[in-house]
Design a protein around this ligand. Sequence first.
Ligand SMILES: NC(=O)c1ccc[n+]([C@@H]2O[C@H](COP(=O)([O-])OP(=O)(O)OC[C@H]3O[C@@H](n4cnc5c(N)ncnc54)[C@H](O)[C@@H]3O)[C@@H](O)[C@H]2O)c1
Length: 309
Amino acid sequence: MNKEFEGRVAIVTGAGVGLGRAHALGLAARGAKVVVNDLGVATDGSVAGSDAAHDVVQEIRASGGHAIANGADVTSRSQTRAMVDEAIAEFGHVDILVNNAGILRDKTFSKMDLDDFWTVVDVHLMGSVNCTKAVWSHMIAREYGRIVMTTSGSGVYGNFGQSNYGAAKAGVVGLMNVLAQEGAKKNVRVNTLAPTAATRMTEDLLPEEVLALLKPETITPGLLALVLEDAPTKMILGAGGGCFAETRITETRGVALADDDISLEGVLAAMDRIRNPEGAVEMANAFTQTQKYLKQAADLRGLTLPGAT
Ligand SMILES: NC(=O)c1ccc[n+]([C@@H]2O[C@H](COP(=O)([O-])OP(=O)(O)OC[C@H]3O[C@@H](n4cnc5c(N)ncnc54)[C@H](O)[C@@H]3O)[C@@H](O)[C@H]2O)c1
């Protein structure tokens, strides 16, 4: 097996079981030194005190790799800072961060306790923020960093009964969108993985023969592609059962309404054109969208905007 990650140090959160474990083993197999983080909790986040991270470390070491276990809770700023300090003390630096740790507390929004909403947002969104913040200036200073967020089909498309999880998982996409731009000049690239896998998180949801197709190991090659030296940035990679696809957020061409048509009636009359997907494009950033509207509005009125050619 090629050692693309030789000399690289990776932190993978929630790596004691499931997808994180597969990612940690995959990175180690290709030469990375790995910090196997896991708090060892049950799927709902209640503390079960599992020792799974140590088992993964043993597995990596038994194959000749380098790894240490770390028990930081990703919701803790001080513990995630200490995790990064520990990684640097042990391995010298950090090149890769995989924000993978997660929990579920599904309920319809009517029945959702707001504490459960907050806890899920705290683990997925703030957990990713804490770990990323803990390593960010180190990566910026070294002009090298590869960070992956883990979203979900629930975060990009929605899923019944997962308002807390869907909101948190959409949040990490927003985090990636901004950090990919802020890190670009310093060679810090930020991507998002949208997996669907057979893990303890999903074991009750699907029949066994379906789960057999969705092994976590079928996702990890996609994760590896997102943290390579020549990785893309700002990509959302969907992955499951060895299938891979890119999720894109696009905007339709839309319409520019004349002054007299800027009304509810005008919008309703134009709705088919507003929603027409033909010619839809991605926006490089929020200002690109503003510029698009300004240009359309100015063109309609025969105006030339300052700075426009
Ligand atoms: N399994 C799927 O189909 C699927 C689909 C979409 C997204 N995801 C996402 O992929 C990631 C991994 O999911 P999985 O299915 O492997 O789940 P899993 O339950 O098998 O593993 C999650 C791991 O995260 C750890 N963890 C939870 N809270 C933590 C905390 N506060 N600090 C540190 N570690 C913590 C747990 O101890 C556990 O080992 C999650 O972010 C999940 O939301 C999974």
